[in-house]
Write a protein that binds this ligand. Structure first.
Ligand code: SF4
Length: 315
């Protein structure tokens, strides 16, 4: 594992990627039969604050997108499209040329253009040109970490999922999956922030171990390398899990899931106030900040497949 250096706590520590917010691509389509599942982000939510988990996953309350999160989506999209090009054409210049079409695609979403218009009215907000240039810098930084002309991914933005024998459905999206001719697996995740300090490194590895567990359970192969690329600082963090660790990690996920099921059954999701609350969109509804959560949406939860206990009327 590479050496770490301190990095201030970032709002991104609490912020869900744009694809992973309620209604985002990590969620099943509205027409698909819904069934509760666990993703790395949702597991991390519950560990951070059970009430935050409820607001995001069960109430499905809307959240504001941030320019930083949208920039992350833009950079991920460019790096995904880069690998559509023939290997020898994956140059830094070609990657920069993907910036404008990727932004045009993203900005077709009115919520994203509105966000930008709102930000532009603030004195501290960057102009669109500055913001796009900052995304271009992150893409440039990618080339200091890897040579994409020498990589042929098996998958990009790939859905990985498995149902464990006890019925727990694990699902998530891997930024990139590389498979060597020997069958060795490498899981790669792009981060648009800087490398985190140790406490947050554990959170990043939690996500990667989650993917490694799903791949192990579906392919029978323990990934040889989990690789996090921190584009802001041009750092890489690599980790090689072993089978015993994945067995223990599976137990951890089961314990988190049992705690979630208990919370749903009792409709008891406690707030957990930490400094990450500064970036939570739901303070107005949070008892830790003098707010009152809305009534538990029992019917919606049941329709989504959660097994809930009958609601007990209280005086
Ligand atoms: S503000 Fe409330 S709901 Fe949000 S993270 Fe903090 S304790 Fe949890």
């Amino acid at each position: 594992m590479t050496a770490l250096h301190p990095d201030p706590v970032s709002p991104a520590s609490l912020e869900a990627p744009v694809r992973d917010v309620p209604g985002g691509p990590d969620e099943p389509p509205a027409t698909a039969p819904r069934r509760p599942s666990l993703s790395p982000s949702r597991a991390a939510d519950f560990k951070t604050c059970p009430l935050l988990y409820r607001f995001r996953t069960i109430d499905r309350l809307p959240e504001r997108k941030s320019l930083a999160a949208v920039r992350g989506t833009l950079v991920h999209s460019i790096l995904e499209k880069l690998y559509d090009l023939p290997a020898r054409e994956r140059t830094p210049e070609a990657a920069q040329q993907l910036l404008t079409p990727a932004w045009e695609e993203l900005s077709a979403d009115p919520a994203i253009t509105e966000l930008f218009e709102a930000a532009e009215s603030g004195e501290q907000a960057p102009s669109l040109e500055q913001w796009l240039a900052s995304a271009g810098k992150l893409v440039e930084s990618y080339f200091t970490l890897e040579d994409p002309t020498r990589i042929q991914p098996e998958g990009r933005e790939q859905l990985v999922e498995v149902t464990l024998p006890d019925g727990l459905l694990l699902r998530g999206f891997v930024d990139r999956l590389d498979v060597a001719p020997s069958g060795a697996l490498r899981v790669v995740d792009y981060k648009t922030g800087s490398m985190p300090r140790e406490a947050f490194e554990a959170k990043a590895l939690f996500q990667m171990k989650f993917y490694a567990l799903v791949l192990w359970r579906t392919r029978g192969v323990v990934a040889s390398q989990l690789k996090l690329l921190y584009l802001a600082g041009g750092d890489a963090l690599t980790y090689a899990p072993d089978e015993g660790e994945l067995v223990r990690f599976e137990r951890t996920l089961r314990a988190i899931w049992s705690a979630i099921e208990r919370a749903v059954a009792t409709q008891d999701f406690r707030p957990n106030r930490t400094r990450l609350c500064d970036w939570c969109d739901h303070q107005a509804l949070c008892p830790s900040f003098g707010g009152t959560p809305p009534p538990f949406p029992a019917e919606a939860a049941a329709a989504a497949g959660w097994a809930t206990l009958p609601v007990v009327e209280r005086d």
